[in-house]
Design a protein around this ligand. Structure first.
Ligand code: NAP
Ligand code: ZN
Ligand code: ZN
Length: 360
């Protein structure tokens, strides 16, 4: 008989889980593995709420295994290390993003692109190599092989820095890979949410000229004044979209909901690239001629490898890049998820786990 969540591993743990497609969270008792030689165990301090947590809790991608304990923007303090851990000691501040394991031997792993490893173990929603379910950062503590643990830069705040572990790397990586990190590059950012507002900050730090595409007129002032974006376009306004035709070198599309991309392709210069990072439920529709005329590319990008994630954290610390956050107690998570669905957050909820999650 399969062991219960509480007894399958030796170490007791607490968290918040969603149990069905309503995506409603409630407290849960479960267990985590004993510390292996290369494992780092840490007490969770802060955990960001990514829109992927919402997609997953509500089974919007059709792959959810319940109960699910999400959370992949996790900052904490090391409480125990295995005998062969080299990079960390008890008391260190650390971060864990979207991955907690991978095969370490495939072409992707060897080239520091663990995010493309076919055998990767994500931080929640999948099974570990031992066949047990993986649980994320909406919990009192976590454990991971040290390879997947990030060193937290001293200058980076813990609460507003936490979202960088997903939102930061997911936008930094494509800006770098697709050559949109050069001063003067004209970069579009679609959707001003958790990922989008960090994308604007990253692109500005690279010296790009940034155009925000949004559906929310109220975000204009915040984008221009607060985030220092150069232009703001309401993506549903045909006149504004027309005026921007052929102006951009590349676009990072962070939108979580179904939306048309034809107009966005029109705003690219010849050879321009539309990089999709947002993951709506329905497939995008693309007209062949929107790519043919102008030799345009549609690409995708997923988070980043561990080496690049560390590089991104160091870059963020150096340039003073953090997320704009609303810090909440964990029992506010259901309201936060409802508000996130309505884009009613500026711009990332971060759970103050250490001060609000208490054992039942
Ligand atoms: P978020 O904070 O909810 O932001 C999404 C933004 O998209 C909203 O603020 C809104 O911005 C816009 N939007 C939402 N629905 C829309 C619709 N139907 N039409 C047009 N615009 C819409 O979400 P997030 O945490 O940034 O995540 C964004 C997406 O990226 C999610 O799908 C998430 O799963 C995905 N993701 C992917 C990766 C990856 O590795 N590729 C990593 C993390 C997250 P405006 O109000 O400005 O229009
Ligand atoms: Zn995420
Ligand atoms: Zn691999």
């Amino acid at each position: 008989m399969a062991k219960s969540l509480e007894s399958e591993h030796p170490i007791k743990a607490y968290g918040y889980a969603a149990h069905d497609t309503s995506g409603k969270f409630s407290p849960i008792t479960f267990s985590r593995r004993a510390t292996g030689e290369k494992d780092v165990r840490f007490k969770v301090l802060y955990c960001g709420i990514c829109h992927s947590d919402l997609h997953y809790a509500k089974n919007e991608w059709g792959v959810t295994t319940y109960p699910v304990i999400p959370g992949h923007e996790v900052v904490g303090i090391v409480t125990e290390v295995g005998s062969k851990v080299e990079k960390f000691k008890v008391g260190d501040t650390v971060g864990v993003g979207c991955l907690v394991d991978s095969c370490r031997s495939c072409e992707s792993c060897i080239s520091d692109c663990e995010q493309f490893c076919a055998k990767q173990v994500q931080t929640y929603g999948v099974q570990n190599y031992d066949g047990t379910q993986v649980y994320g950062g909406y919990s009192d503590h976590m454990i991971s092989d040290e390879h997947f643990v990030l060193r937290w830069p001293e200058k980076l705040p813990l609460d507003s820095g936490a979202p960088l572990l997903c939102a930061g790397i997911t936008t930094y990586s494509p800006l770098r890979y697709f050559g949109l990190d050069k001063p003067g590059t004209k970069v579009g950012v679609v959707g001003l949410g958790g990922l989008g507002h960090v994308a604007v900050k990253m692109a500005k730090a690279f010296g790009a000229e940034v155009t925000v595409f949004s559906t929310t007129a109220a975000k204009k002032e915040e984008a221009i004044e607060g985030l220092k974006a150069d232009h703001f376009i309401i993506s549903k306004d045909e006149e504004q979209m027309k005026a921007a035709m052929g102006t951009l070198d590349g676009i990072i599309d962070t939108v979580s909901g179904n939306h048309p991309i034809l107009g966005l392709l029109g705003t690219l210069k010849p050879n321009g690239k539309l990089v999709v990072v947002g993951a709506p439920e329905k497939p995008h529709e693309v007209a062949a001629f929107s790519l043919i005329f102008g030799r345009k590319t549609i690409a995708g990008s997923a988070i980043g490898g561990l080496k690049e994630t560390q590089e991104m954290l160091d870059f963020a610390a150096e340039h003073g890049i953090t997320a704009d956050v609303e810090v909440i107690p964990i029992d506010y998570v259901n309201t936060a998820i409802e508000r996130l669905l309505k884009s009613d957050v500026r711009y990332r909820f971060v759970i103050d786990v250490a001060n609000s999650l208490k054992a039942e």
